[in-house]
Design a protein around this ligand. Structure first.
Ligand code: ADP
Ligand code: MG
Length: 255
């Protein structure tokens, strides 16, 4: 499979009035096109920092990022970011929220508007296009946030604890929903989570990070012996608990 994004020997040290904090010691990884990769690790180990570097919000202290085999300068590539909070604007309708990304990037054109419409229809949001975020359930709001992210047609989708504000039941169904949309659109996705079952149920690969400063402790390739796996259906598979146990042990071993 083709490399989409490659991180080579990335390190990150923050400097502030309290001194230096080394968040990332050494991170090298090739993310393949169309795959879903999760990153799990202890709180404060540098997971969000890694996504910030990929998105260009932060700059690495050393190391190189490659996109489609070319060096990425100033980390400028087309990234979609989904966070724990949906950041929908309450005074804008669903439709106006969905256009926000392409508006900010000055990408409004007949083509991008048609794509936004296509996504609204395809993912059952069209009838809610004139509703306001406050009229929607938490799950529906996350779907709107995802569609807004997809409207800019990102090369890579980053999810940072995107479901952790939802209650357990909603979280399972929203993760299922988001997964199906991401797969249907064929997006390469990197998800940060502290929830092992969530990472196993959604991913092709799970990267376990060490305590700060983070390094890769292990990588787990996830495969279920079933066709058309979804996060909900693969939870019943015998391999599920095997992957869970293995990643749990890794996370809780020293380092
Ligand atoms: P995680 O997402 O794994 O919980 P973060 O990437 O948010 O961890 O943070 C990793 C470490 O870097 C933490 O010790 C945090 O306090 C520190 N850190 C994060 N952002 C900054 C910043 N802007 N300035 C200084 N230190 C930071
Ligand atoms: Mg974080």
């Amino acid at each position: 499979m083709e490399d989409c994004l490659r991180l080579d020997k990335i390190t990150k040290t923050y400097q502030d009035i309290n001194g230096e904090t080394m968040a990332i010691a050494d991170f090298s990884y090739s993310f393949k096109k169309g795959t879903f990769v999760s990153i799990v690790g202890p709180s404060g180990c540098g997971k969000s920092t890694l996504l910030s570097i990929i998105s260009g919000l932060e700059t690495q202290s050393s190391g190189t990022i490659f996109m489609d085999n070319s060096v990425l300068h100033n980390n400028k590539c087309n990234i979609g970011y989904m966070l724990q909070k949906d950041y929908l604007l309450g005074w804008r309708t669903v439709y106006q929220n969905i256009l926000l990304g392409i508006e900010i990037r000055k990408m409004i054109s007949p083509k991008t508007l048609a794509y936004a419409d296509e996504l609204l229809h395809k993912y059952d949001l069209y009838e809610f296009k004139d509703s306001y975020p406050s009229q929607l359930s938490g799950g529906m709001r996350q779907r709107v946030a995802l569609i807004r992210t997809l409207t800019v047609n990102p090369d890579i989708l980053l999810l940072d604890e995107a479901f952790s504000a939802l209650d357990y039941q909603t979280r399972l169904t929203v993760a299922d929903d988001v997964f199906k949309i991401i797969k249907a659109e064929g997006k390469t996705t990197i998800m940060v989570t502290h929830d092992i079952p969530e990472s196993v149920s959604m991913s092709d690969e799970v990267i376990v990070l060490s305590n700060r400063p983070s390094k890769i402790k292990s990588v787990h390739k996830i495969h279920f012996n079933m066709e058309n796996r979804t996060p909900l259906t693969c939870r019943d598979q015998p391999e599920f608990s095997k992957y869970f146990d293995c990643i749990w042990k890794e996370l809780n071993s020293n380092g």
